[in-house]
Write a protein that binds this ligand. Structure first.
Ligand code: 6LW
Length: 532
């Protein structure tokens, strides 16, 4: 039965989606770059509503981000299922490159990495003909192009020579290859044109896995490169899945630009998100979405009923930090120092212990935990308390922490809208030489400055970030006071398009602590999706 669904199906920084189906359940993974844990796993029964259920890479032995650059680490993943085993293959561009992990329980632990000798990025697998085919966008000698060979997925051993099967159809940078065998025909789906505003999905087919391949005359089968309505742009990096009713679907990445009523923008701050397109087949070729484009609201024959016809309204992002219910939404920058995040059972609060590592550093792992900003409009807040002024010691922090707090020349803790180390706005509760104040700091490229500051009393302080498509607004309050607007920062400065080097992530809303210890209570992030 046809019904409406909203795009993106997985909002916020969720790029390079890859999907597979097991029975009547759909699973999808997205890339995670310098963030830990790595490769989020989502689950759905109807393709329109998704739940974050786990991550593939939850141990440093699987995901060493020590040397991860900004927008380095984990690039595009592929998720496949074969004979009771899930396989996820991806690339750690700041470690040893392409590797795969596998499990028989997608909600549990995954294997140690099986490293592969093939170069390049965007690896993918096809289980067919009693073989395991492996494609990526380079061969093991660094030659560019879509190369195919057979491997043993348990050992990573190459079982056949690497063969160049495609140099792309119509665009530069052929990447994101996925190979399928559908009704005896081999299909090669590609991303071309680069992941920005020229992004495209193309498809080719052959009667043999090693080709020769015939390009679809309607290529690109999906692209927004010529679309005048710029609310969704950069669509590409697709993956195909057949549903329980024999209908086909494509997941793709795309961006919601900061365009609004009557004005266009080629900027996006939420990162590349995951979108869904219905697919039909004509003459053995896929027809994707509305003649190769997708909309924020679409109508299609979903494989199961969706709860809300079209999603609007607001929702809470899970920010629970209690042991046993610690939110799967939380991301850390590179590999976190676990003992910098302690939960105080008696007062039900999170104790953050920060060192010198800060949000503007290009390396290291500052004391910082964050959730994806999933909508332009969010209301987020956190209540922070520093060590007691007299004793300068939290009731139960260690003597070492108490000494550190006393000696600290500047203890700071706060809430941040964080894109990367050169693009973030931090609302900080600061204690410096015994004086407490709240300041709004902005890091934009090499400009790092406090742009406003207010004195505050000792005791608990509540800091808030509210946002819309134009600005982030920063508020502070003590006790039951009315929140006071401290300042604002343009959303445009936290966008992928403005970073000095190519970047691939999205803005997060997080909490952080530097040079001391603070207690965190009531971290709340509410996202609002106002569709036309
Ligand atoms: C991804 C590749 C790409 O691996 O960006 O620009 C990389 N194209 O397909 C990171 O998302």
């Amino acid at each position: 039965m046809f019904q409406k669904f909203s795009n993106p199906i997985i909002p916020g920084f969720n790029p390079d989606p890859s999907i597979c189906r097991v029975g009547d359940t759909y699973y999808l993974v997205t890339s995670s770059f310098e963030y830990f844990p790595g490769v989020a796993i989502y689950r759905s029964r109807n393709l329109a509503e998704w739940e974050l259920i786990n991550h593939c890479l939850t141990r440093k032995s699987q995901l060493n981000l020590t040397n991860s650059r900004t927008s380095g680490g984990i690039y595009a993943p592929t998720l496949r299922y074969h004979e009771g085993i899930f396989y996820m293959i991806t690339t750690n561009v700041d470690d040893r490159g392409n590797f795969l992990v596998y499990t028989d329980d997608i909600t549990g632990e995954w294997s140690e990495p099986v490293w592969l000798s093939r170069g390049g990025i965007d690896p993918s697998l096809l289980f067919a003909d009693g073989k395991v085919y492996f494609v990526s966008n380079q061969d093991s000698r660094g030659n560019q192009g879509i190369y195919l060979n057979e491997i043993n997925p348990q050992t990573g051993e190459n079982l056949s020579e690497e063969v160049l099967i495609s140099k792309g159809c119509i665009g530069r940078f052929p990447e994101g290859p996925h190979l399928y065998k559908i009704d005896g025909t081999y299909y090669l789906l590609l991303a071309e044109g680069g992941t920005e505003y020229g992004h495209m999905v193309t498809i080719q087919r052959s009667s043999r896995p090693y080709g020769p391949y015939e390009s679809c005359s309607a290529n690109p089968v999906l692209s927004h490169r010529y679309k005048e309505d710029m609310s969704i742009m950069c669509t590409g990096h697709g993956d195909l899945v057949e549903d329980t009713n024999g209908r086909w679907w494509m997941t793709v990445l795309g961006v919601r630009t900061l365009s609004g009523e009557g004005y266009m923008s080629m900027l996006h701050n939420l990162g590349r998100e995951t979108f869904l397109a219905p697919v039909t087949w004509e003459n053995g070729w896929p027809v994707v979405g509305k003649n190769g484009t997708i909309d924020l609201v679409m109508e299609a024959d979903l494989p199961a009923r969706e709860k809300a016809a079209v999603f609007t309204g607001s929702y809470l992002i899970d920010t629970d930090f209690r042991p046993g219910s610690f939110s799967k939404q939380y991301l850390f920058l590179r590999n976190p120092e676990k003992d910098h995040y302690r939960f105080d059972e008696s007062e039900q609060c999170l104790i953050l212990s920060g060192g010198k590592a800060g949000l503007s550093d290009r390396t290291g792992s500052p004391t910082f935990l964050a959730v994806r900003q999933t909508e332009f409009a969010v209301d987020s807040k956190v209540t922070i308390r520093f060590p007691d002024q007299e004793t300068r010691k939290l009731p139960d922090c260690t003597a070492a922490e108490a000494r550190e707090n006393v000696q600290n020349e500047e203890l700071r803790c706060g809430i941040t809208a964080f894109y990367n180390n050169e693009h973030h706005y931090d609302l900080c509760f600061v204690r410096k030489e015994g004086v407490s104040f709240v300041e709004l700091r902005k890091q934009i490229y090499d400009l790092n400055a406090a742009v406003s500051r207010i004195a505050v009393p000792d005791g608990a302080i509540t800091l808030e970030i509210r946002s819309d498509q134009e600005y982030y607004y920063f508020y502070a309050s003590a006790g039951t006071e009315k929140p006071e607007l401290i300042g604002k920062g343009a959303a445009a400065a936290l966008c992928t398009e403005v970073t000095r080097r190519m970047s691939f992530t999205g803005t997060l809303i997080g909490i952080f602590c530097e040079q001391g210890t603070a207690r965190i209570q009531d971290f709340v992030v509410r996202a609002k999706r106002p569709y036309k």
